[in-house]
Design a protein around this ligand. Sequence first.
Ligand code: GLU
Length: 410
Amino acid sequence: MLAAALKQIKDYSSVLAEDYEDKKTFKKAIDAILIPQRIIKGKISVNVDGKKKTFQAFRIQHNDARGPFKGGIRFHPNVTEDEVRALATLMSLKCAVAGIPYGGAKGGVVVDPSKLSKDELKDLSTSYAKFIAPYIGVWRDVPAPDVNTDGQVMSWMLETYEKKIGLLSPGTFTGKPLELGGSLGRTEATGQGGVFVLDVYARAKGIKVKSSTVAVQGFGNVGFWFAKLAKELGFRVVAISDSKGGVYDKKGVDVDKLMRLKEEGKMLPINITNDELLTLPITFLVPAALENSITKDNVGKIRAKVIIEMANGPTTSEADKYLYEKGIDVVPDILANSGGVTVSYFEWVQNLSGYYWTKERVNLELKNIITKAFMDIYKVKTLKKISFRGAANYLSLKRMVDAMMLRGRV
Ligand code: GLU
């Protein structure tokens, strides 16, 4: 995934290079973007089954030319340094695409949290917060939830951090529960942002909502909210899946009912595999699980007209090239799932000002930011005759390069 992210930056920067007279400085800026500013890694120790166990932990701060580092923390057994680095890089691009004043970062611990008790998860969160405490802060680096982390994890981390610095600092973490200074609308923000993108895409292309079908791969927070809100807007959600398999119904699936089953720990009424979901004849395919789900092995079977990337990095570069050649639009992750970090930004703004917004204001401002980002990208795409991903990269790289040049970093 890292190689793909770096290749993407190198490839798309060649389109952007035409806009800069001073090619040497431009190249220096792009070379700097290929390397994170700081890699923090080490072992953290956690009490598991009454014994001390150590886990590999990372926080990678990619580039803060546009503002403090920002990005989630994931707890997953497949976390690697390369993956965290790629995701931190994507966060820089994502914040720049949305036009919010942050640089990118990402954190991760190599752990399977489903095997931990609540006390062990608290110990893990506390240990990790102590580990990153010297490197974070409201104007330095602002972590948030990501895969397998949530508001409770953020609460434990915030408490640890504030104890350490001897000061309340709610704006140092986002994705907090409302009681601790979280924002209304943050839980559903990534899904909501994706649905705003879906809506503006459909309108820009003259696609009718009522006759559009949607299949969502992934039934975590992002997949669930995307499916629920897309359905509320009138799109027909015909399939949704978790890691065990999918539920398909031509007439539309009952997203709320399936979520209830999941919450009660019951099996979903699975009738298709995850691979079958990818090949359904639908309008919008929405990968909302982990990275690398659309690969050169399954891309040939995709029959969707458009892909909206709600996961981070769900399409490999070979698959992406194939889709572009076949004329299937891919609305890239750095735009489609930027609703999460955008409402994190609103949360941070509310924490800094101490004044809290209504949910209507959060959603209205989210809609404005994400619709503008889409239109900016759409303009570049049309003007330069490139893919959505190319245009999103063009814009975000331009914003980063300009900030680095203004600071005299290159
Ligand atoms: N983890 C989310 C993402 O990948 C949100 C990050 C944030 O809110 O800082 O975009």
